[in-house]
Design a protein around this ligand. Structure first.
Ligand code: G6Q
Length: 564
């Protein structure tokens, strides 16, 4: 499958065993890339394009409705071959199969990782612990479909008999970022006569500002929490309950205005939500991989079940591509390998995500969780501390706004920032020349970042000598260009799945568990310890460091809780 010949011969001649070892930096494929990096690190894109007239064609893949142009990267054909060898020597094809077949690859939590089952067509079979999970997935989807149709067509009535006009998703992290991003991304397809809101922060402002103009008797809250114990979500859920009952004054109203997405039936029932209004998910869906599960209930109400199904089919087409396309034409594999290339060899610290579509303004924030919670890990699967960099920092902003802000540093700063430019051929809101101007900017930025402007070019424009160095742009800044026809539900599914599988690819190379999040737990534990110290009537005995102790005392004093 891989173009191994020349490099394997090289290793064999060197007497090196090409079998996989657990220490990434010692394996031949890695060593080869280290040497190769030294050879090509100073070659620039101008030269590479000049020397290879087929470069764009060679480094562009068009498949499943996605165009992935990675020609403006600091790679040669040899680089890509060596990166693919690295993937091979880390067992990537085998690891992909392990994920798809329901093996418990999230080893620290002893769980399968099966977001791909969420979009598997009915009739497929994916077995976890001896059970085919696909029928269960389809059953929940069917319940979601019935419920959301009822809300959309006014059959589902609030306690006073009015139809629902406002849908508020209460959740945080994976139970918020996905639905929030998807609603905004697919707003064009959404019910314009309904209002959709997303409350996540435990800061009361989030709740107050998002409910101040809503009528309780026309409002439906979706409490999205896999565990139904998350502090922020439960605090907001109980505030919502009080907000509703202030007006309704009858506990029975809760059942008409609250539904839950959760795995915790007991806690959901205790809250007052009846079992038929709870939509389940499974422990094999990670929070950040759950926007296409029942966590997407608000998305389905907004865009309708058919559009939701189209989004799932977009996800699924990339799943199929990831599973079956040859590695050298496999878009998420290449995306993942390029991230490794810059992260580990060029020592780039960040990746910029630059969607040229206003509807995708929340996409960078969504990807921050997907990528950084997944691959921000410091030990390998077998618990050894890594001696190489893992997940980079992801950040970004919808184009063209960033061009008038942080792009300066990308063009002329001292840091290397690989960037993904995402665009669509056809606009959803054709308006005069807007779309041509938008896309012209996207293309111009990737061109400027790659080729810059030399001192000679600047001089020839009549620039005085003293100003020339200030105006020179070195170029040689790497970008990917990802293009799809139009931002449809299907296209969104494809886009998200590309990044999910790119993250997986990176995690396999780094040999880390991309599906746990133990680091998040520490903050939760410490906050729970401090809450009573802030709220208690009696002066608490503080045993933190001197800074934390002093801050807690000051807070109590400013809120008149201090007895001292
Ligand atoms: C995601 C994480 C995390 C999680 C939130 C909300 O992968 O696990 O972001 O989604 O902490 O958890 P609950 O859905 O249980 O409230």
């Amino acid at each position: 499958m891989f173009s191994l010949i020349t490099r394997n011969t090289f290793w064999k001649e060197m007497g090196v065993n090409i079998a996989r070892t657990s220490n990434l930096t010692q394996i031949p494929a890695w060593k080869y890339l280290e040497g190769h990096y030294l050879k090509i690190k100073d070659i620039d894109l101008r030269r590479m394009f000049a020397e290879d007239p087929d470069r764009a064609e060679h480094f562009t893949i068009e498949d499943v409705g996605v165009i992935f142009d990675y020609s403006k990267n600091r790679v040669t054909r040899e680089t890509m071959g060596a990166l693919l060898d690295l993937a091979g020597s880390r067992g990537l094809p085998h690891r992909i199969e392990s994920m798809f077949s329901g093996e418990k690859i999230n080893t620290t939590e002893n769980r399968a990782v099966l977001h791909v089952a969420l979009r598997a067509p009915a009739g497929e079979s994916i077995i976890v612990d001896g059970r085919n999970v696909v029928p269960e997935v389809r059953e929940v989807l069917e319940r979601m479909r019935r419920f959301s149709s009822g809300v959309r067509d006014g059959q589902w009535k609030g306690f006073t008999g009015k139809p629902i006009r406002n849908v508020v998703n209460i959740g945080i992290g994976g139970s918020d970022l996905g639905p929030r991003m998807a609603y905004n991304a697919l707003r064009h397809y959404s019910r314009r006569d309904m209002t959709f809101r997303f409350i996540s922060n435990v800061d009361g402002t989030d709740f107050v500002e998002n409910t101040r103009d809503l009528q309780p008797d026309e409002t439906l809250f979706i409490i999205s929490s896999k565990t139904f114990t998350t502090l922020e979500t439960m605090t907001n859920a109980y505030s919502a309950r009080r907000w509703l009952l202030n007006k309704m004054e009858d506990e029975k109203a809760v059942a008409r205005h609250f539904v839950a997405v959760s795995t915790n039936a007991e806690k959901v029932a205790k809250f007052g939500i009846s079992p038929e209004n709870m939509f389940g998910l499974w422990d094999w869906v990670g929070g950040r991989y759950s926007m296409d599960s029942a966590i997407g209930l608000s998305t389905m109400i907004a865009i309708g079940p058919e559009n939701f199904e189209a989004m799932l089919s977009g996800f699924h087409s990339i799943d199929e591509h990831f599973r079956s396309a040859p590695m050298e034409r496999n878009i998420p594999v290449l995306m993942g390998l390029l991230t490794v290339w810059y992260n580990n060899f060029f020592e780039a610290e960040t990746v910029a995500i630059l969607p040229y579509d206003q509807y995708l303004e929340h996409f960078p924030a969504y990807l921050q969780q997907l990528t950084m919670e997944s691959n921000g890990k410091h030990v390998t699967l077998d618990g050894m501390r890594v001696d190489y960099q893992t997940g980079p920092i992801f950040w970004g902003e919808a184009g063209t706004n960033g061009q008038h802000s942080f792009y300066q540093l990308m063009h002329q700063g001292t840091k290397l920032i690989p960037a993904d430019f995402i665009g669509f051929f056809k606009p959803l809101n054709p308006l005069g020349r807007h779309h041509d101007l938008l896309m012209a900017n996207l293309f111009a930025q990737t061109e400027a970042l790659a080729f810059g402007r030399t001192a000679d070019e600047v001089k020839n424009e009549g620039t005085p000598d003293w100003l020339v160095p200030h105006r020179v742009c070195d170029g040689n800044r790497p970008t990917n260009t990802i293009l799809l026809e139009q931002l449809t539900p299907e296209a969104l599914g494809k886009l998200v799945a590309l990044y999910e599988h790119s993250v997986f690819t990176q995690g396999v190379i780094w040999n880390i568990d991309s599906f746990d999040q133990w680091g998040v737990e520490l903050g939760k534990v410490l906050a729970n310890r401090i809450i009573p110290e802030l709220e208690s009537a009696d002066e608490p005995r503080l045993a933190h460091d001197s800074s934390t102790n002093a801050l807690i005392r000051l807070y109590r004093k400013m809120n008149n809780r201090s007895s001292g």
